[in-house]
Design a protein around this ligand. Structure first.
Ligand SMILES: *[C@@H]1O[C@H](CO)[C@@H](O)[C@H](O)[C@H]1NC(C)=O
Ligand SMILES: *[C@@H]1O[C@H](CO)[C@@H](O)[C@H](O)[C@H]1NC(C)=O
Ligand SMILES: *[C@@H]1O[C@H](CO)[C@@H](O)[C@H](O)[C@H]1NC(C)=O
Ligand SMILES: *[C@@H]1O[C@H](CO)[C@@H](O)[C@H](O)[C@H]1NC(C)=O
Ligand SMILES: *[C@@H]1O[C@H](CO)[C@@H](O)[C@H](O)[C@H]1NC(C)=O
Ligand SMILES: *[C@@H]1O[C@H](CO)[C@@H](O)[C@H](O)[C@H]1NC(C)=O
Ligand SMILES: *[C@@H]1O[C@H](CO)[C@@H](O)[C@H](O)[C@H]1NC(C)=O
Ligand SMILES: *[C@@H]1O[C@H](CO)[C@@H](O)[C@H](O)[C@H]1NC(C)=O
Length: 680
């Protein structure tokens, strides 16, 4: 809208600029007469114009007893008038017409410049006409003949001839006669003309001879009413520029203009300096056209930029709204100073990531690209640029942001904020430095094997997160994409569960929700896959796969394994059930932790991998069991010889018993575990 207006404005201003420079096609009126011309009193001396015509608005050039309608005035020294015949003669009847023009004492000269050349034109047969300047000895003339070959359009001696006008001609006399007997016409000398002819001035380029014209002349019955366009040159005074320039009070060229000598007789004219346009004879008439054009262009660019910026702001606002920004903003505001989530502007994030530079890419996830960024506060963050999401998903997405913003668990990657001004929302997370669990257990550096103690802790931490998500009071959250690559590790190998992009919250009164099956091959719960019914047990299955990975250091789907072993979950289950699992467990950790301990972990994994969701333990049970195993393992590390036996307690809590001297401690631990409430 603004842009259209702007273009119109630009076109209009350019249009005025151009039309000012060009001649006008509409007839000149008295109102449009430029200085130095004008009505008496408003004109420079000698340039007075009278106004006549029907409504008194037509400019008239009055020269003695003759009046000429002015068709056009150009500040470049031209004045177009229309005029009648100079005289016509037929069978001795000589009529003077208004074409007798005397410019002596006026600023005008009959134009002889190329573009507006006039010609003394004679139509008739067997005649010669000569034009003599009264002030000069210059003369010119032409003759006509008539025969049957007279043609339309050609005025070069057959029925019509044209004599060029001598330079500087202001007044003249004509001579006419037979080809061999030329006499003076003015003052008239009566010579019996046996034939008829007519003479007039006309602008050469505007005249076209026709046989009809000759016929009219030959009939010669009435005084010709024909009008012919004619151009006069005009100039100021009778001095050169240098002489005129010395007389400041009468000098016609005003500021920002220069003077040039008339090329047709005496006097000078003015022109605006380069870069200026307008009337050099008026005060302040020459305007800096370059400057104003420049100003127009700069103005236009500025307005364009402004409208673009406005559009951008509008668009941002639209996306912000579309992305649920208002809802989120409201939520954040209502939390007041307790708010943990910040809404970032796109500029902040562009700056933080060096315009989303490729070098800043940390990885490509299933839900977008993750960039490393540095906020002005020097805080390092990970910025996730989501893939395009449709509008219905956005609502869900915002819901998840809201939920995530409320999760404050030390083992969940913290969401710091988001940016909703772009079409796809951007999420800003704390930066976790030490890559993913996948990288550490399946990484190329086989020389380093992660100690079992760390693996067990990471498993326990992850299970703790899932138990927490499943048991949050408001609406339980199903992560839906638990896998080794979504478990990030910080510098201390502390697990940080990430990528809640696919997560779904389940209303409390429902045990499952039906969704489009989504997840990662190798981790995907087969029951969910077949029924599309997502339950918390789907996360349990995926977690079982992670446990199996931790025990075996095998990747979930491997084409290097034989076909029946390709899927780790199936392979692991098979080997466990055949009691051949020991072949699959990584030897190093058997050495580290002992087979009995690992068997308990493997059993837990096996239960998680149960095909029937119902028969899988809950995440809370898994988490407690792993915590128990951890503390036992810890004690075993302190005094391995103390460990005698591992026992299952009801509720899935596993305890190591048989260590008499430390039994007090153990029972204390059981109490602690039983009363332990998971973080909210
Ligand atoms: C006026 O402009 C037209 C074309 O734009 C041109 O043909 C014509 O010669 C011009 N007339 C004068 C008096 O400059
Ligand atoms: C004179 O004015 C009348 C009405 O104002 C208008 O209709 C007419 O065209 C004008 N005539 C000329 C020659 O300008
Ligand atoms: C010249 O033009 C007129 C019309 O303007 C026509 O009547 C006449 O026949 C033409 N003459 C020639 C010789 O073409
Ligand atoms: C120039 O014009 C002035 C007044 O317009 C006049 O007095 C003077 O005689 C003229 N000079 C010539 C050389 O025509
Ligand atoms: C005007 O004409 C005079 C005399 O011919 C000459 O000296 C002078 O340089 C000319 N001035 C310009 C601006 O052409
Ligand atoms: C901030 O948290 C405290 C403690 O949880 C609570 O009392 C207070 O009302 C909260 N403030 C706002 C603005 O929600
Ligand atoms: C990851 O952690 C290990 C052990 O703390 C450390 O040696 C290694 O440098 C860390 N790697 C990165 C990329 O921080
Ligand atoms: C890692 O552990 C050290 C020592 O306990 C602690 O100072 C540091 O803050 C920890 N780093 C993180 C990211 O928690």
């Amino acid at each position: 809208m603004i842009l259209e207006l702007l273009l119109l404005l630009l076109a209009a201003s350019l249009g005025t600029y151009i039309s000012e420079a060009k001649n006008s096609s509409s007839p000149l009126t008295c109102a449009g007469i430029p200085y130095p011309f004008g009505k008496s009193g408003k004109a420079m001396k000698g340039f007075e114009i009278s106004c006549g015509g029907i409504n008194g608005t037509s400019p008239i050039l009055q020269l003695g007893k003759h009046a000429y309608q002015i068709e056009d005035i150009s500040l470049q020294g031209k004045l177009s008038i229309d005029t009648g015949v100079i005289f016509q003669s037929c069978r001795g009847d000589v009529t003077d017409g208004s074409g007798w023009i005397d410019l002596e004492g006026t600023p005008y000269t009959i134009s002889d410049t190329e573009s507006s050349k006039n010609a003394l034109t004679m139509v008739g047969c067997d005649r010669t006409v000569l034009i003599l300047g009264l002030q000069t000895i210059l003369s010119s003339g032409c003759s006509t003949f008539c025969d049957s070959s007279i043609i339309n359009g050609s005025c070069s001696g057959l029925g019509c001839c044209q004599a060029s006008i001598p330079m500087g001609l202001k007044s003249f006399s004509l001579m006419r006669g037979n080809i061999d007997n030329v006499r003076t016409i003015n003052p008239p000398v009566n010579v019996a003309d046996t034939t008829c002819f007519q003479a007039f001035f006309v602008k050469k380029s505007s005249f076209s001879f026709s046989t009809e014209m000759l016929q009219d002349v030959m009939d010669g019955d009435q005084v010709s009413q024909a009008r012919y366009p004619m151009v006069l040159d005009w100039s100021i005074g009778n001095e050169t520029c240098e002489e005129a320039g010395r007389k400041k009070e009468t000098y016609a060229c005003k500021e920002n203009s220069y003077c040039y000598n008339s090329t047709n007789g005496v006097g000078y004219r003015c022109n605006c300096n380069p870069g200026y346009d307008g009337n050099p004879y008026s005060n302040d008439g020459c305007k800096g056209v370059g400057l104003s054009l420049l100003l127009i262009i700069i103005g236009s660019l500025w307005l364009y930029w402004l409208s673009n910026k406005r559009k951008l702001i509008k668009m941002k606002a639209k996306f912000f709204e579309q992305n649920g920004g208002l809802f989120l903003q409201q939520q954040i505001l209502s939390q007041g100073s307790n708010a943990t989530l910040k809404i970032f502007s796109i500029e902040e994030l562009e700056k933080a990531t060096n315009n989303f530079n490729e070098k800043q890419i940390l990885g490509h996830g299933g839900y977008g690209t993750v960039y490393k960024g540095v906020l002005p506060s020097k805080k390092v963050v990970a910025i996730k640029k989501s893939k395009l999401v449709d509008e219905s998903q956005i609502e869900q997405f915002i819901n998840e942001i809201t939920i995530l913003s409320q999760i404050n668990h030390r083992n969940v990657v913290r969401l710091l904020g988001c940016c909703l001004e772009t079409q796809v929302p951007l999420l800003v997370y704390e930066f976790i430095s030490n890559r993913t669990l996948f990288h550490h257990i399946h990484g190329q550096t086989n020389d380093f094997s992660m100690p079992w103690e760390d693996r067990l802790r990471i498993a326990a931490e992850t299970a703790g997160v899932l138990a927490y998500l499943h048991s949050t009071t408001s609406t339980p959250i199903i992560h839906r994409d638990i896998k080794a690559t979504n478990i990030l590790l910080d510098e201390n190998y502390t697990a940080k569960v990430s990528d809640f992009g696919a997560s779904r919250s389940v209303p409390l009164d429902q045990t499952h929700i039906t969704t489009l099956v989504q997840g990662t091959l190798g981790y995907l719960d087969p029951e969910y896959f077949h029924t599309s019914q997502l339950t918390e047990k789907s996360d349990v299955y995926s977690f079982g796969v992670v446990l199996a990975e931790l025990l075996t250091r095998e990747i979930p789907i491997s084409s290097t394994r034989s076909e029946d072993q390709r899927n780790l979950a199936i392979y692991f289950t098979l080997m466990f059930d055949k009691q051949h699992l020991i072949q699959l467990i990584e030897p190093q950790i058997i050495e580290e932790a002992g087979m009995e301990h690992l068997f308990v972990v493997a059993q837990l994994a096996r239960r998680c991998l149960n095909l029937k969701g119902e028969e899988r333990p809950t995440m809370k049970e898994v988490a407690m069991e792993l915590e128990g195993l951890r503390s036992i393992f810890h004690k075993q590390q302190l005094a391995p010889q103390n460990l005698k036996k591992i026992e299952h307690l009801p509720g899935g809590i596993v305890l190591s018993v048989g260590c008499t001297e430390a039994s007090n401690q153990y029972s204390l631990e059981v109490d602690m575990l039983a009363s332990m409430d998971l973080p909210r």
